[in-house]
Write a protein of this length. Structure first.
Length: 460
């Protein structure tokens, strides 16, 4: 309970090296993915014992009164609600499972949850899954922000806060309900009941909610009256990274100081240089790349808006996939539902995880995204050589699911030569799914040979 879930190494913004954890026990024969079906295993819900809900509420024990108040009000409006008021790892895992199929996340925050890495896990999971977030609190916003974990503050920076005074909570309810309706895409009461086939939340809903909330945010955009590039670099088509960095730090000094300390500024600059502008080799930023990142809009604060969104997404990914994260396994299992470039990139990195279970689930999730990107296919082909049979099996199924014709030679080799029967079965299923002349020829020839061998063995 309380702040027992805090982990100091979570503030660095970098994911620790992958190692096996006691939570993710080695998969056994009985938990192997089915290979006889014509497709990857399908999920009906986040958990066999958890019915999808419209709204998930998460709060610390200190905010149980506000959480219960909101739950009662929402249920009176016919929304289905999952409510958690514990700061324990098991409870946070349940919140993550509920978030998979919900339509909106209500984060009830206070000083206790603001300093909790478990609460940060839940917020980060909601963020990377594109779930609209509405914030509620009893206490002063400034005081809570002062104690809030960096990653959580970064993810929530644009959101409007709904402060419910303990002695007059009803007064804030209309504004809260209006924001909630925007987050749900304008659905009217009675049109929002969750079903077993509930769709993933629409990212547009969160953007609409952010647009509604920005005017209320303390972290309003400053500077950038016009085009950042032209103002700082004139007609140059390319500038040295150090000049770009200096201009960026000067232009957005106020915004940066609101969110980042010195070590976090270093993380932000490293991310921009190496991952966003890909300037680690050339030490230069081109105008073309800048416009690609910023987009065509030249509205006030547009570049900072894009940078802060990228930073929040990257940091949230780090938060979720940190080895100590309470929601890590749930995220890996369900990321295939969220087909964004950041999600695909995160899953690709997890193919190198030290835990074979994580590698296998990441492979299956990549298959579920349906992406046929060459990098994805190449990484799955490499996984066919994994020492762990569950990983080889999962890679086969995913390559089959996305009909990766490039995989036919290696998959056919596994079908004929792998010493584990479930891997051979997965390889055969994959060849059948991929189809095409090459796969069909291999299946036909091998089946004929097996029949001939069986006949010869029968005559002995």
């Amino acid at each position: 309970m309380g702040n027992s879930g805090q982990r100091q190494n979570r503030h660095s913004g970098r994911r620790p090296p992958s190692t096996s954890t006691s939570e993710n026990v080695r998969a056994s024969e009985t938990t192997a993915p089915a290979t006889t079906a014509a497709a990857l295993p399908q999920r009906k819900a986040a958990s066999e014992h958890m019915t999808p809900k419209d709204i998930v509420i998460s709060a610390a024990p200190a905010q149980v009164g506000l959480a219960q108040f909101l739950k009662d009000k929402l249920e009176a409006e016919k929304y289905t609600v999952y409510c958690n008021t514990e700061l324990e790892a098991a409870a946070t895992k349940r919140v993550a499972k509920a978030l998979v199929d919900c339509k909106l996340f209500v984060f009830v925050t206070g000083n206790e949850s603001a300093a909790s890495s478990l609460a940060a896990d839940a917020v980060a999971f909601a963020y990377i899954s594109n779930t609209p977030i509405v914030i509620a609190a009893n206490d002063d916003r400034a005081g809570i922000l002062a104690n809030m974990i960096f990653g959580m503050k970064l993810a929530l920076q644009k959101m409007e806060w709904h402060i419910f005074p303990a002695d007059s909570m009803e007064s804030t309810l209309p504004a809260f309900m209006a924001a909630l309706k925007i987050g749900l895409g304008g659905e009217a009461s009675g049109d929002h009941i969750a079903t077993e086939a509930a769709a993933a939340p629409a990212p547009a809903n969160r953007r609409q909610l952010y647009a509604h909330s920005t005017k209320e945010s303390k972290l309003e955009l400053v500077g950038e009256q016009g085009n950042f590039w032209e103002r700082n670099f004139g007609g140059d088509e390319e500038v040295a990274w150090y000049k770009f960095q200096q201009a960026f730090l000067k232009e957005y000094e106020t915004n940066i100081s609101e969110l980042f300390d010195d070590s976090q500024v270093s993380w932000l600059l490293d991310m921009l240089k190496n991952e966003v502008f890909e300037a680690s080799q050339t030490e230069k930023v081109s105008k073309v790349k800048f416009i690609e990142v910023r987009g065509e809009s030249e509205h006030k604060g547009q570049f900072w808006k894009v940078v802060s969104e990228i930073a929040a997404e990257k940091y949230s990914m780090n938060e979720v996939f940190n080895m100590e994260s309470a929601v890590r396994l749930t995220a890996v299992e369900n990321l295939g539902k969220f087909q964004t470039p950041a999600v695909v990139d995160a899953l690709l990195k997890l193919l190198d995880d030290g835990d074979p279970n994580i590698r296998a689930i990441a492979a299956i999730s990549l298959g579920r995204t349906g992406t046929k990107d060459k990098v994805v296919i190449q990484r799955l082909l490499i996984l066919l050589d994994d020492k762990d049979r569950i990983c080889r099996q999962s890679a086969c199924l995913s390559l089959g699911h996305i009909k990766a014709e490039e995989g036919v030679p290696k998959i056919s080799h596994l079908w004929r030569n792998d010493f584990i029967s479930t891997v051979r079965e997965a390889a055969k299923t994959a060849l059948q799914q991929i189809g095409g002349p090459d796969a069909e020829r291999i299946l036909r020839v091998t089946n004929i040979l097996q029949e001939e061998i069986a006949e010869l063995e029968g005559k002995k």
